[in-house]
Design a protein. Structure first.
Length: 48
């Protein structure tokens, strides 16, 4: 779980370096969705 959080922070930092605000927001949403998907997959994997 910690690795997923670190990856999320790294990708968030990378996404926020874009100069275009709209692309910035889209990247943020994409990263957020990816992080939620990763967390869900990890939780599901632990239960199985």
């Amino acid at each position: 779980m910690a690795s997923a959080t670190l990856s999320f922070l790294f990708m968030l930092n990378w996404a926020t370096q874009d100069s275009t605000p709209t692309l910035n927001f889209t990247s943020f949403l994409f990263v957020l969705t990816s992080a939620i998907a990763l967390a869900t997959l990890q939780i599901a994997h632990k239960h199985n």
